[in-house]
Every structure is written in structure tokens, then in C-alpha cells.
Ligand binder design. Structure first.
Ligand SMILES: CCCCC/C=C/C(=O)SCCNC(=O)CCNC(=O)[C@H](O)C(C)(C)COP(=O)(O)OP(=O)(O)OC[C@H]1O[C@@H](n2cnc3c(N)ncnc32)[C@H](O)[C@@H]1OP(=O)(O)O
Ligand SMILES: NC(=O)C1=CN([C@@H]2O[C@H](COP(=O)(O)OP(=O)(O)OC[C@H]3O[C@@H](n4cnc5c(N)ncnc54)[C@H](OP(=O)(O)O)[C@@H]3O)[C@@H](O)[C@H]2O)C=CC1
Length: 293
């Protein structure tokens, strides 16, 4: 039985498809039966955990990303285990591509029940050095891309008179995170947007929530230097990284009937990192190093 902790390995980051196929879950095996879920970033570290968990709970997963090869490898592994999954390559920053994506999914399945936005990311750099292109790349991916997905999904739910459910994966924004200020700006935008449309779209029977992960070991960490990554366990009082499975189960709580009375919320999954810990994505600046210790 897989436990809650990440296996200790030095050769790779995160969980494999074989591990995700077997990971223990608290959810009933029919919790998402026959639901059609669109999942951006589906072939990423957190996205794959969501894809496997949701499909194991009975959903059909439409996984989205830019790299068709990564998506197809995932869906092959999932369908080989008898799960329902299909791949749809799209760049979420392209509003027309997002419109085509949702048209295709609705034509194929006749419905969409949920949208999980896990596509996103950033590069670590002191804010004072951001280039215009770098700033725009992060805002466009994390704020604009997420918005195109949300708005397009909501329009289909409205036009088809069907209920809907959105979960946006963001970053913990309640304390300064040195080195990813562009992403904190974008994710703060997504949280504010989610709170606002949770009210606007309540009459449409659409719930909108966010999940804010702390340090979750995935291949996405390759963008950070090994020395910075080595210190990530100190980002929370549990003194360890979390697992993508922890984030996936938080999403399942919000996307399934267990979350029926929850909207406009941000569920933080960070091992208590909001209360204690330090995260230096570009290494700890000399200014903050206590010379007496
Ligand atoms: C305790 C935990 C703390 C951490 C919390 C968060 C963790 C995570 O989110 S985990 C990882 C999630 N995954 C990623 O972050 C994926 C890796 N990141 C990216 O792929 C990019 O940053 C992206 C999300 C912005 C992708 O956009 P894309 O348009 O594909 O980006 P490009 O690579 O083409 O770059 C565009 C532009 O951005 C500037 N830039 C990119 N990388 C860097 C860098 N390392 N340093 C400085 N500037 C960078 C640059 O201007 C790029 O343009 P060019 O100069 O023409 O390449
Ligand atoms: N891991 C962590 O510690 C934390 C992660 N997060 C956030 O959680 C989310 C998932 O992270 P994680 O799984 O670790 O990261 P990964 O880098 O492993 O996955 C991100 C996925 O997003 C996809 N993606 C990126 N840009 C686009 C785009 N323009 N259009 C479509 N797909 C895109 C990528 O696929 P492709 O390249 O094929 O397009 C990739 O599969 C991200 O938003 C991340 O910032 C937040 C806090 C902590």
C-alpha cells in the first residue's frame, strides 16, 4: 500500500504512472462516475496525479497540454488499465485554440462536467531583473490562459443549460515567495477572478474554487536549481515536500459532490507553510542569512 509520503529517490521527481495507478485513495470508486473532465496540464506532475485519480473514480479525462507525445503516452497508460482518457493538444494562451478544444469535447461527449486548470508555471528570477517578454510569458500562461479556459467552459455550460465546476491550481500567495513575483501576481489574479465569478456564475449553477499547493515534488521542479530544491522541505513545519496525490485528492473533494456547498474558496495544501517556513526559489539572499548561526 502506498503511503502519504513521497518515495525517496534521487533519479527522478514525482510519481510514475505505475505508482499513480495503485496509490491508495479515500474516495469511493464511483465518486466521479461518468463525469467528463477537461484537465489542462494533464501530463505534468500534478496533472497526471489528478488524471489517474479522477479516472479511477469513474470519470473520462480529456487531458490538455502543448506536447501531444506526453499526452498520448499518459492516455495510453491509462486506457491500458481500463480507464477512460483522451488527449487534446492545445496552448491555453491561444483563445481560438481553447474555443476549438471545448467545441471538440462537447461534440465528442455531448457534455463537460468539470474543468481543472493545472497548466501553468514560471521561472525563478529576482523581480527586478524580469524582462518584458518573461513577465508577459508568465502572466499570459497563468492568468490569461486560465481565464480563456474558465470563460469558454462557462459559456458552454450556460448555452447548454448544464451545471459546471471549475478548480484552478494556483500558488500560495499569502506570503512573499522570493523569485516568482510574476507568478504570484498572476495567481493572485486567478484567485480574485475565481472569487468574483463564483458569485456571478452561481445563478448558472457553476462552482469555482482554487487549490493552492505548497512544495509538491514534481518534474516541474527541474526549472529550479538543485540547491534551491534541496531547501524546499524547509518551506513548511512538516519539513518535507508534499505529494501530487495530496493535491489530486483536494481537487477531487472540490470537483465531486463532497464540495457541493463550496464555491469561491481557495484550499491550501502546503503542510502548514502559510504559518511557518521559508522558500527561496533562487537561493537565500545573503541579507537574510543570520551570521550568528
Ligand atoms: C516551495 C515551492 C516553491 C515553488 C512554487 C511553485 C512551483 C511550481 O510551480 S513547480 C513548476 C511548474 N512548472 C513550471 O514552472 C514549468 C517551467 N516553466 C516554464 O515552462 C516557463 O517558465 C513558462 C511557464 C513561462 C513557459 O512559457 P514559455 O513561453 O514556453 O516560456 P519560454 O521558455 O519560451 O520563455 C519565454 C521568456 O521568458 C523568459 N524566461 C524563461 N525562462 C527564463 C529563465 N530561466 N530566466 C530568465 N528568463 C526566463 C525569457 O524572456 C523567455 O524568452 P527568451 O529569452 O526569448 O527565451
Ligand atoms: N509542483 C509544485 O511545487 C507547485 C506547483 N504549482 C502549480 O501547479 C500546477 C501544476 O504544477 P506541476 O504539475 O508541478 O508542473 P509541471 O511543469 O509538471 O506541469 C505543468 C503542465 O502545464 C502544461 N502547460 C504549460 N504551459 C502550457 C500552455 N501554455 N498550454 C497548455 N499547457 C501548458 C505543461 O505541458 P506542456 O509543456 O506539454 O504544454 C505541463 O504538463 C502549475 O500551475 C504549477 O505552477 C503550484 C505550487 C507548487
Amino acid at each position: 500500500m502506498a503511503d502519504d509520503h513521497m518515495p525517496q529517490r534521487s533519479d527522478r521527481l514525482g510519481l510514475t504512472d505505475d505508482e499513480l495507478a495503485l496509490h491508495r485513495t479515500v474516495f469511493a470508486s464511483d465518486a466521479l462516475k461518468d463525469m467528463v473532465i477537461v484537465l489542462s496540464g494533464g501530463a505534468g506532475g500534478i496533472g497526471r496525479a489528478i488524471a489517474w485519480l479522477f479516472a479511477r473514480l469513474g470519470a473520462h479525462l480529456v487531458v490538455v497540454g502543448r506536447n501531444q507525445g506526453k499526452l498520448s503516452a499518459l492516455t495510453s497508460n491509462m486506457t491500458a488499465k481500463g480507464l477512460q482518457a483522451s488527449a487534446c493538444a492545445a496552448d491555453i494562451r491561444d483563445a481560438d485554440a481553447v474555443a476549438r478544444l471545448f467545441d471538440t469535447v462537447w461534440q465528442t461527449h455531448g457534455r463537460v462536467d468539470g474543468l481543472i486548470n493545472s497548466a501553468g508555471g514560471q521561472f525563478p528570477q529576482p523581480a527586478i531583473d524580469f524582462s518584458v517578454k518573461g513577465w508577459n510569458a508568465v502572466i499570459d500562461t497563468n492568468l490569461n490562459g486560465t481565464w480563456y479556459m474558465m470563460q469558454t467552459a462557462a459559456r458552454h455550460w450556460r448555452d447548454n443549460k448544464q451545471p459546471g465546476n471549475i478548480v484552478n491550481i494556483v500558488v500560495v500567495t499569502t506570503h512573499g515567495l522570493y523569485g516568482i513575483a510574476h507568478s504570484i501576481a498572476a495567481r493572485s489574479g486567478v484567485i480574485g477572478l475565481s472569487r468574483s465569478v463564483a458569485v456571478e456564475w452561481a445563478p448558472l449553477n457553476i462552482r469555482v474554487n482554487c487549490v493552492a499547493p505548497g512544495a509538491i515534488e514534481t518534474e516541474g521542479w527541474n526549472v529550479y536549481a538543485p540547491e534551491a530544491r534541496a531547501a524546499y522541505p524547509r518551506s513548511n513545519p512538516m519539513m518535507r515536500a508534499g505529494s501530487p496525490w495530496n493535491v489530486a485528492e483536494a481537487c477531487a473533494y472540490l470537483a465531486s459532490p463532497s464540495g457541493a456547498f463550496v464555491t469561491g474558496e481557495t484550499l491550501t495544501v502546503d503542510g502548514g507553510g502559510q504559518l511557518w517556513g521559508e522558500t527561496w526559489t533562487t537561493g537565500k539572499p545573503a541579507y537574510f542569512i543570520d551570521k550568528d548561526t
